[in-house]
Design a protein. Structure first.
Length: 198
């Protein structure tokens, strides 16, 4: 079973994914972009604020990193019958590049369907947060902003709206979690959604 965790930067995806991994010790936790050596190199590239990367190149780089993760790690784990928790997946590209970069959700969906062999999560946990609140959380981390985090408020507004649209289009796959709740509450709500699939 493939469970993905989605949401804006600062929503608490990594915290939720780590909490779920702790509660589900048999699960495999992976992240995007990354998870395997080649994809981690692409991660460093796309996040580097010193690089100029065009919107189309950005979308293709994310799709390439994802294709490698699916082939090298994700499909083998799923074929072995393991529960995989994935911090971001295709929905991130649909929201960030399709809507945020205004490339079009359909175009970005097409390159990702090719890259992943049209692999679809069994459940997507969407952490919903106001873009301004997410940005405030990021600023509070004391870390240098990466290339995407330097984008303007309108960019993140488009992403938030896209996530809402994706969730509305596939209500059977998405579970919306309100990111302002305490971390343990979010883990408990997510576990309830996961166990409902079993």
């Amino acid at each position: 079973m493939l469970i993905t965790v989605e949401g804006l930067d600062g929503a608490g995806k990594t915290t939720l994914a780590a909490g779920l991994a702790e509660a589900l010790p048999h699960a495999v936790l992976l992240r995007e972009p990354g998870g395997v050596a080649a994809s981690e190199r692409v991660r460093a590239l796309v996040k580097d604020p010193a690089l100029k990367i065009g919107a189309r190149a950005e979308a293709l780089l994310y799709a390439a990193a994802r294709a490698q993760l699916v082939e090298e790690r994700l499909l083998p784990e799923l074929q072995e019958g393991r529960l995989v928790l994935l911090d971001r997946f295709v929905d991130s590209s649909l929201a960030y590049q399709g809507a945020g970069r205004e490339l079009g959700i359909a175009a970005v969906a097409a390159i990702n369907a090719f890259g992943t062999g049209a692999l679809t999560p069994d459940l997507t946990l969407l952490l919903r947060i106001d873009p301004a609140a997410g940005r405030a959380r990021q600023a509070g981390r004391g870390e240098a902003a990466d290339r995407l985090e330097l984008a303007d408020d309108a960019f993140f507004g488009r992403i938030a709206a896209a996530y809402d649209g994706l969730a509305a289009a596939e209500p059977e796959r998405f579970r919306i979690l309100h990111a302002t709740k305490p971390p343990q509450t979010l883990v408990d709500e997510a576990l309830t959604a996961i166990r409902a699939l079993a």
